[in-house]
Design a protein around this ligand. Structure first.
Ligand code: URA
Length: 242
């Protein structure tokens, strides 16, 4: 069965630039909005891809929301402008519709990066109140002992304050390096590298394996895909509840 993406008309028209929610409500109440030829009411819902929405008989320009999961390769930056002209993650994706990264990964970090033109969801996902879980695989130099692991788990004092509790697991270790998985809720600048430095080690490589419910395990570095409806639903739930 094809899934219908029903959204409230107020939200659709506000996103299409018809003004504030209140203005849009007035527009709907005035009877100038139709869905498939039927005058819409306040609270009516529509699917922007399948229903014919008209405002004063004209088709509104509705930006389709798009969500990409990219397996970010090393060597690409997340900012949109760069004085050094380094490769940008947005260059790996279609030019239209224009999408923006949700948060940032360092140039040498690889892995899960969400890019979208949905500003509302972006704000929720990066808002400190909602704190989506992120899991990183970190290769550190030397052997990370139980004391260091304990500190990382409980919280590390950084120059911008104590970090929240983290889930930390050792994946593999030898005399020279330790590979750990670390799950955090916060998204401070260079947080993992600073946490590892605070316990006396250095990050040799950093990969974000999971961003909320999104995993890049089937994507080669540099490749991307659109989110499934299920992933999007989980992500939206996560943005409110995580
Ligand atoms: N923590 C870091 O130190 N770097 C990243 O890119 C992401 C998290």
């Amino acid at each position: 069965m094809i899934e219908r993406k029903m959204e409230r008309l107020q939200k659709i028209l506000a996103a299409a630039g018809y003004g504030s929610r209140r203005k849009v409500e007035e527009l709907i109440k005035s009877g100038k909005v139709t869905v498939n030829g039927v005058i819409a009411e306040l609270g009516s819902k529509a699917d922007i891809e399948k229903d014919k929405i008209r405002v004063c008989g004209k088709e509104p320009v509705i930006k389709k929301k798009i969500y990409y999961l990219l397996n970010k390769p090393a060597g690409f930056i997340c900012t949109l402008k760069d004085p050094f002209n380094r490769p940008k993650v947005v260059d790996l994706l279609p030019k239209e519709p224009r999408v923006f990264p949700v948060g940032r990964l360092d140039i040498d970090t690889t892995g899960a990066l969400l890019l979208t033109n949905d500003g509302e969801l972006t704000n929720l996902l990066i808002h400190p109140r909602y704190l989506v879980k992120k899991t990183y695989w970190v290769r550190v130099d030397g052997f990370l002992d139980a004391k260091a692991l304990g500190i990382l788990q409980k919280g590390v004092v950084l120059e911008d304050g104590l970090t929240g509790p983290a889930q930390v697991k050792i994946i593999k270790a030898d005399q020279k390096t330790t590979l750990i998985s670390i799950t955090i809720h916060e998204g401070r600048k260079r947080q993992i590298k600073r946490m590892i430095k605070a316990v006396g080690h250095k990050v040799l490589s950093l990969h974000r394996a999971k961003f909320g419910p999104l995993e890049v395990k089937e994507l080669q570095p540099g490749n991307y895909r659109e989110l499934s409806q299920t992933e999007l639903k989980l992500l939206k739930e996560c943005a409110k509840l995580c």
